[in-house]
Design a protein around this ligand. Structure first.
Ligand SMILES: [Zn+2]
Length: 243
């Protein structure tokens, strides 16, 4: 069973939050995705891929409630490309923590962040710690791509990642009209230094993307969505059983 909190009243929300096994916050970003994809790629993935998980909840006997996707993330590394919006790390941590604490105040049992943007991972790890510390509520973080990596690598080339063949295939599948097909090119990617370093994305690639979007196909996305959703649902039910 699942509910979309954005579509219910406060009376309904009261019951749903009390009943739900997990309250889910999808997290995306608003940032450049190369020459051929829109700024909202991570939000389109977040909206649709979390729905894929919700739709399969009954099979795992899970009750899931979803908040609206948080459409802004930590995207400093993309700020040299126009249109990108970034929240500073401390702002982002505070926003996510406030959302978790709000749900706890309404009786949430567990809070789950489902993330779709790499730049959010480090601050989200801090936010889940803060939410747990402030509320005692079980708080989890799932980075979708982590559950998909081996499946993506069955067809994607080494070096996939941002605005690449994986993300392009996803947008071809969910929102094909948003892909500028005539703009798809293989970016020139500069090799990385052998030391950890913060780099802006224009220091890495000429187009804003990496990988090889020229090999993208919507079928590549379609093929893995079910399996990844099931993997995530499995870990969610395992976490419940371990309590
Ligand atoms: Zn992305």
């Amino acid at each position: 069973m699942y509910w979309l909190l954005e579509e219910v009243t406060w009376e309904e929300a009261k019951e749903i939050i009390a009943k739900a096994d997990y309250i889910i916050l999808p997290t995306g970003s608003f940032e450049q995705h190369g020459l051929h994809l829109p700024l909202s790629v991570d939000n389109i993935r977040a909206d649709n891929l979390v729905m894929e998980v919700l739709k399969r909840a009954d099979k795992y006997n899970l009750k899931l409630a979803k908040l609206p996707t948080l459409p802004y993330g930590c995207s400093e590394h993309h700020m040299h490309f126009p249109g990108t919006v970034t929240l500073e790390l401390d702002t982002y941590i505070r926003v996510v923590t406030d959302i978790g604490v709000s749900m706890h105040r309404h009786g949430a049992k567990r809070f789950l962040i489902m993330n779709f943007h790499g730049g959010n991972i480090q601050p989200l790890n801090i936010a889940i710690q803060l939410i747990r510390m402030k509320t005692g509520m079980k708080t989890y973080l799932i980075h979708w791509t982590q559950y998909a990596r081996d499946l993506i690598e069955q067809w994607a080339k080494p070096g996939w990642g941002h605005a690449c063949e994986h993300e392009t295939s996803m947008i071809m599948y969910y929102r094909p009209e948003l892909v500028r097909k005539e703009k798809i090119v293989k970016p020139k990617v500069k090799t990385t230094a052998p030391i950890t370093e913060f780099r802006y994305f224009d220091e890495i690639t000429d187009t804003g993307g990496i990988g090889d979007p020229t090999i993208s196909k919507p079928e590549y996305a379609e093929r893995i969505i079910g399996e990844v959703s099931e993997r995530i649902l499995k870990v969610l039910s395992e976490a419940l059983k371990m309590e």
